[in-house]
Design a protein around this ligand. Structure first.
Ligand code: PLP
Length: 372
């Protein structure tokens, strides 16, 4: 629930609000509210709550992305023949803004999201945008909605850039006109009831994506493919699905929106990129933390189902799910308990380091933190 207090009645100043004053002095052209919105920060789930504004830009085929501005948060008008509605020509990104222990607002590796946006758009014929345009849109949106960022320790702001074809396409072809929107929402934890340990369903009944398809792009069609299996798994009491590789059903792929890792014989394993696996920013960060900080041996390889089920630890990761332990995996035949069914030491340590870097509770040795 969001109540919009008048901006003119700031509460007594706190350390948390001073940060906005500092920023507004540094960048006087952008309005920086001096206080947080009155939102039930402790009751946040993972939903799209409306905020003040969103970025909206338009681009035609053959042109550059230059157009765009902040507009009031709200609905978008589309023709019923819009390409995205008929042929799913759309991509998205997912990133987060944090209010950190150092009492400032930061983003985590936004350059990686920008690069991935370029890859995804290219794969489905949306004009690609350069880093400068992407960053300008993202940072403007976050700054204008800065008072919706949960206080330190109370959640994060999810940032969702999307781009899609809006011109009419009645025969199957790319649109000639595209929108780019960045909207945000304050969020709490991704899994319902703050599920700390997941129970996943592994099945070859459905595939999420094909190796030479669009699984390695954040293209919206992948996610409609995962709705039915995901919903079925949830209605059977599991938190989500583990998909197998579409070409070799003996090896695992990933979840509907998160990458998978296993600790096996003390080594950290994750499915290798190159096929249908989405190149997660969190996946890359986990690999780096494991190698550079924890001195673990990391292997990006094909992981057989057998090996996953016998692993000492399994976890999934993504911007939305962060690092979450997988305690149990069920197949149609049997339920397997992974390790002792709870966070193992390596998962816990990786999770702790990642979150502490993101929240600036420890130093960031990798240059991942992007203060705004
Ligand atoms: C977004 C996404 C991930 C996680 O990527 P991050 O960059 O870590 O958020 C993993 N798998 C799929 C299919 C995704 O869409």
């Amino acid at each position: 629930m969001i109540r919009r207090p008048p901006r003119s009645t700031p509460k007594p100043s706190s350390a948390a609000s001073d940060v906005y004053k500092r920023q507004s002095l540094e960048n006087a052209s952008i309005f920086m509210p001096l206080k947080k919105q009155q939102i039930d920060w402790d009751g946040l789930g993972f939903e799209a709550l409306p905020t003040r504004s969103m970025w909206k830009g338009e681009c035609s085929t053959g042109e550059e992305w230059t157009d765009g501005d902040l507009v009031p948060y709200g609905d978008v008008n589309l023709s019923p023949a819009a390409c995205v509605l008929n042929y799913g020509q759309g991509v998205f990104e997912g990133m987060k803004a944090y209010h950190t222990a150092k009492d400032r607002i930061v983003m985590f590796r936004p350059d990686k999201n920008s690069a991935r946006m370029q890859k995804s758009t290219q794969r489905i014929c949306i004009p690609t945008m350069n880093d400068e345009y992407f960053m300008k849109a993202v940072l403007s949106t976050v700054k204008d909605n800065i008072d919706y960022i949960p206080p330190y320790g109370k959640g994060t702001m999810y940032v969702r850039p999307i781009s899609f074809g809006i011109s009419k396409a009645i025969s199957v072809q790319p649109a000639s006109k595209y929108l780019f929107i960045v909207f945000t929402s304050p969020v709490g934890s991704y899994f319902k009831g703050d599920a700390k340990v997941l129970h996943l369903f592994l099945s070859d009944e459905f595939h999420r994506a094909a190796p030479k398809g669009i699984g390695n792009a954040k293209a919206i069609g992948n996610y409609s493919a995962s709705l039915f299996p995901g919903m079925q798994a949830k209605s059977n009491g599991y938190n989500d699905m583990i998909y197998v590789h579409a070409k070799n059903e003996q090896i695992i792929e990933e979840m509907g929106a998160a990458n998978l890792f296993a600790v096996s014989n003390g080594e950290l394993l994750t499915p290798k990129l190159g096929g249908s696996i989405l190149d997660g920013v969190t996946r890359d960060s986990v690999i780096t933390i494991a190698k550079e900080i924890l001195n673990l041996k990391v292997k990006e390889i094909d992981i057989e189902i057998e090996r996953l089920l016998k692993a000492e630890e399994v976890f999934c990761c993504g911007t939305a799910v962060e690092v979450t332990c997988v305690g149990k995996i069920s197949t149609k035949e049997k339920e397997y308990i992974i390790g002792n069914g709870d966070y193992g030491p390596k998962t816990l340590s990786i999770k702790k380091h990642l979150i502490q870097i993101q929240k600036e509770e420890i130093d960031d040795p990798f240059g991942w933190i992007h203060p705004i």
